[in-house]
Write a protein that binds this ligand. Structure first.
Ligand code: DQA
Length: 150
């Protein structure tokens, strides 16, 4: 089966408990299983991983290319705003990457307004709550298929 990867970065293991007014009340496990179901329904296997450590995310991005994974959805958490190492990892692989943010980072503190990942990713989904993960999945598959219309 064609394979995709969902990566969540630091603090996203706390989804459901962490600032629920910003990130909602749903756990990461629930988000992952819902997304795996959606992916499976359209013929893709979705592997889901989370880490609070930058190096894990970097290794998983490298491995994704080596393993023939066709695309990556990533919520890099706060690494979004300053991790040049993560940015370089995304740039180092041919595997397309879509960035997701649950909250609207542009409405929040100024340090959240910039993403160092944005310029090396296919696109971004921002501020559409947990539904953003599903939109990112659809967007990634659309990109992989190379369709240039809706
Ligand atoms: C986030 C936004 C980041 O600024 C923050 O550090 C996160 C989550 C989001 O999904 O809205 O951890 O990526």
């Amino acid at each position: 089966m064609r394979k995709l990867l969902l990566l969540n970065g630091p603090n996203l293991n706390r989804l459901g408990k962490r600032e629920p007014e910003v990130y909602g009340k749903t756990s990461l496990a629930e988000v992952e299983s819902r997304l795996q179901q959606v992916a499976q329904d359209i013929g893709y296997e979705l592997e889901c991983k989370q880490s609070n450590h930058e190096g894990d995310l970097i290794d998983w991005i490298h491995n994704a290319e080596d393993e023939g994974i066709e695309g990556i959805i990533v919520n890099p958490g706060a690494f979004t705003h300053y991790s040049y190492a993560l940015r370089d990892a995304v740039a180092s692989v041919k595997t397309p990457v879509i960035e997701v943010h649950i909250s609207n980072v542009h409405k929040r503190e100024p340090f959240r307004h910039h993403s160092v990942i944005a310029e090396v990713s296919v696109g971004q989904i921002v501020g559409l709550d947990l539904y953003g993960y599903e939109l990112a999945l659809m967007g990634l598959i659309h990109f992989i298929k190379g369709v240039d219309h809706v």
